[in-house]
Ligand binder design. Structure first.
Ligand SMILES: [Zn+2]
Length: 238
């Protein structure tokens, strides 16, 4: 009993300390909204004439390309090996008994490399899509539905974390250096400032409104308290 409670607490802790940033990253991945150069060209009012991946400088930097770039393939291999080991360590004991790194690797087909299928699976996985085939293969190994869901949740979370830390973060570093050099950053910033100015004015007004409302509530409460006190006094007097 104690242990299961502790486990729940640990779980809660994990989720409450998860930063907003990591959470937003997941939302953006699922909805295909990462600010890649392809997306920036579409939506930023700056002149991104060059939207090729800053690493290979051959392909357009789309979200999918982040999993496909030829210069990241070695990294991806080590990322996924690492993720698998972590998942095996962290899954429930009952699942652990039925699962091994090799077996899970086989089910996920992560050992397949540089085939169109292997490329497709990373693209799918990035967006949180897990195929029926994977679920069925897990069931075939005696993994219960609940266990499978938990396993896949851990797996996706670990994978996304690694994608964020080891692919996306370095990519942002490289890109921002390049943007600085190209003078793209300045333009982007001034656009953001304008937007910020607009919102702060709005927020100020909202703040004022809130303050006034709070004042009103406090005054009303004060009146009520006084009334209560009067009643109380009357009762004592009686
Ligand atoms: Zn590339």
């Amino acid at each position: 009993m104690f242990w299961s409670l502790l486990k729940i607490c640990r779980k809660l802790e994990v989720y409450s300390t998860r930063t907003d940033q990591a959470w937003m990253f997941r939302v953006k991945c699922i909805n295909r909204l990462l600010p890649t150069l392809e997306r920036k060209k579409l939506y930023a009012r700056t002149h991104y004439s060059e939207i090729k991946c800053r690493k290979c400088k051959i392909e357009t930097e789309t979200m999918e390309h982040l999993t496909e770039c030829s210069l990241d393939q070695v990294k991806w291999k080590s990322i996924e090996k690492d993720v698998l080991e972590k998942v095996i360590r962290e899954m429930k004991e009952s699942t652990q008994e039925k699962m091994s790194t090799g077996l899970l690797n086989g089910i996920l087909k992560w050992e397949e490399e540089n085939t169109s299928q292997s490329r497709a699976r990373r693209k799918r996985f990035m967006r949180g899509i897990i195929t029926q085939e994977i679920r069925e293969n897990l069931r075939a190994e005696g993994i219960l539905r609940k266990e499978a869901t938990e396993l896949l949740a851990i797996l996706w979370n670990k994978w996304i974390d690694a994608f964020y830390e080891e692919i996306w973060k370095p990519r942002c570093q490289t890109t921002s250096e390049w943007e600085k050099k190209e003078g793209l950053e300045k333009k982007e910033k001034s656009r953001r400032k304008k937007y910020k100015r607009k919102t702060t004015q709005k927020q100020k007004q909202e703040g004022k409104d809130n303050q006034e409302q709070r004042k009103r509530i406090l005054e009303e409460r004060k009146g009520e308290e006084e009334k209560l006190r009067e009643i109380g006094l009357e009762e004592v007097v009686k």
